[in-house]
Design a protein around this ligand. Structure first.
Ligand SMILES: [Fe+2]
Ligand SMILES: [Fe+2]
Length: 387
């Protein structure tokens, strides 16, 4: 038997993997292929998706390739996966087989640096698939060098470029971009069902991406991540913090006058203070929108969105977190941003107080009205001794 070996992290497996696998089986004379998800790979960082999910997604992805099967050897073995160990194990378990190792361009070009490369090349032949289409020359050069140096059996194949990487897909899911064309349907369904890669927020992100400007959308993602980090530090609910941060500016696409129209149209109560400081109204309309249109029912999340611009007397931990994350998220680039970022991770109340004081001074300079909720919060902090 000629057995192909096709490894990868498969986090997640995508249409590029499936196409490469089909090409490999069609062109390299392999009679069967073992698809082997890695444990913790030597070349990649840890923090991968759970083994069972990667195994399951890989099984689903290759289910229509009859000669391919998933092998859990590296995952079960745990720890770092070295190709040489896997090939050694395979040649002991399947002594009558010869092995062909699939490699993409990047892996093939660095093959001589892999742990025990000489041994690897004595245990299998290697099929190198050009990934970019313009690296054929480099691959041939590497093939020649491996043949000369190790007596390796190596062949190079042209292959249409891989359209996407797993990390790009993870990033698409994280930013509400359309990742579906890049995954087999069964894999995307598995991700949806199991909420992998932060899928639980995908619908919200897709909605926000379509609704807000790119800058405001990125700000929302930044506030969500910052709020989650602050929640972790200060012992608040990380999911609520992330969600409130993500959705806090949901109606910010409306200008000040549109905010007032929105309130009138939907019968939303506006205080005189709200009308006098119209940049505050998006927090009022935002809460209404989240409750009535998006269907958020968690009162803590709703109030964190409601008070993110003004704060209020008796402000809750989650409200503080979103208030502070709003001016410390990574996209904020005012001159003292780094100072407030560092302070927020050491002393949330201090960061909130100093941020609020700065905002109040700024408004005073511009002759703008300071909302009564902010004034009351300021007095409360001042009474606690904040200066
Ligand atoms: Fe806002
Ligand atoms: Fe904001």
């Amino acid at each position: 038997m000629i057995t192909g070996v096709f490894g990868g992290t498969f986090d997640p497996p995508h249409i590029g993997h499936v196409a490469a696998l089909k090409e490999f089986t069609a062109r390299c004379g392999v009679e069967r292929v073992l698809v082997i998800p890695t444990g913790v790979p030597p070349h990649k960082k840890a923090g991968m998706t759970a083994d069972k999910d990667r195994l399951e997604m890989t099984k689903l992805a290759i289910s229509d390739i009859p000669v391919a099967g998933v092998c859990d050897y590296e995952v079960k073995k745990g720890g770092k996966s070295y190709t040489v160990d896997t090939l050694q194990w395979l040649s002991e378990k399947l002594p009558n087989d010869t092995f062909v190792l699939y490699t993409g361009s990047d892996m093939f070009l660095s093959l001589h640096t892999w742990y025990n490369a000489e041994k690897i090349l004595s245990l299998c032949s290697v099929a190198a698939f050009s990934r970019t289409g313009d690296d054929r020359e480099a691959l041939e050069k590497q093939a020649e060098s491996l043949r000369e140096r190790y007596g390796a059996s190596v062949a190079v194949y042209d292959f249409s470029p891989t359209v996407v990487s797993s990390s790009e897909i993870r990033s698409m899911i994280d930013t509400g971009s359309d990742f579906y064309p890049f995954l087999p349907k069964s894999v995307s369904e598995y991700i949806e069902k199991n909420g992998l890669y932060g899928f639980e927020y995908y619908g919200y992100k897709k909605f926000l991406r379509e609704r807000l400007s790119e800058k405001r959308f990125n700000h929302s993602l930044g506030v969500a991540k910052t709020a989650r980090k602050l929640a972790e530090i200060y012992g608040a609910d990380e999911k609520k913090a992330y969600l409130a941060g993500l959705l806090h500016d949901i109606t910010k696409n409306l200008g000040p006058s549109e905010q007032i129209e929105f309130c009138i149209k939907h019968g939303i109560e506006m205080s005189a203070d709200d009308i006098e400081s119209p940049q505050v109204l998006h927090a009022v309309t935002g809460e209404w929108y989240l409750r009535k249109v998006i269907g958020i029912t968690d009162e803590e999340v709703l109030s964190a969105a409601r008070y993110h611009t003004t704060g209020r007397k008796g402000i809750s931990l989650l409200e503080k977190i979103v208030y502070v994350a709003d001016f410390t998220e990574p996209g904020r680039d005012y001159s003292d941003a780094d100072y407030y970022r560092a302070l927020s991770e050491k002393d949330l109340d201090r960061a909130l107080f100093e941020g609020m004081r700065w905002i109040m001074e700024d408004k005073r300079r511009k002759g703008e009205k300071i909302h009564k909720d902010t004034v009351e919060m300021f007095v409360e902090y001042a009474n606690k001794g904040y200066r």
